[in-house]
Design a protein. Sequence first.
Length: 283
Amino acid sequence: MSDLFDFDRPARYAVMGNPIQHSKSPRIHTLFARQTGQNIEYSAIQVDPGGLEQAIGNFEGSGGKGLNITVPFKRTAWELMDRLSDRARLAEAVNTILFRKEGRYGDNTDGVGLVRDLRSNHGITLEGREILLLGAGGAARGVLGPLLAERPARLVIANRTPDKAYDLADRFGALGTVRGCGLPALEGQQFDLIINATAASLAGELPPLPPDLLKEGGSAYDMMYGAEPTPFLKWARQHGAASCMDGLGMLVEQAAESFSLWRNVRPETKPVIETIREEMKAS
């Protein structure tokens, strides 16, 4: 019998990154397993720079069934796969690995996690809207495809280094109306939704933004999350955002996509989001 349904021993999964001690993934997947009756063991593994290939090999060789990959290794993981999903190939980043007989299969669930959080958990319509994506790094690259698949009226990528935004817009240009610019070029523009894909919130910082960047009734989303609102979300609230959302829901939704790829069952995400949120507040 396949170990997918072998309840005599737990199937082993893990998340690899650096740093990793802050990761909510073990808790999230434990809640998913409890909810769906799956017998799994999920751990967090810190990997030294340059050590991802060996770490993946060790985990696979010891009987591990699948991995999540987080910063700063998503691009490296993409280079180490035998096969890739279309969304991982386009993003040039892998955050989910499945070990199969035919080799390592890499996928990227970040973008679908973001879109599901926006649509299902917050009721945000993306089709026909004007969207601003702040940042042109790996976080932005991972979500562009699914965002453009929602057919926004336009999507602008703004970055401190404009050339990176231009390059990213060129790469994804065939999927929809997307262009890149530097942050100063945002002056005079307005958007229905602003998504912060920069790491500025981790450092308690905020990109320099024009005060009237949001349209009336517009929304703000920060891929970062915490017990308190991020600097970007505080800015958005001060400048008239009708709704402000952090990235906890995205984290849980992308984890649910990984879980369903591994276990062929999709967990309910809303109760898990609520549980993690309450635990963050309590801590």
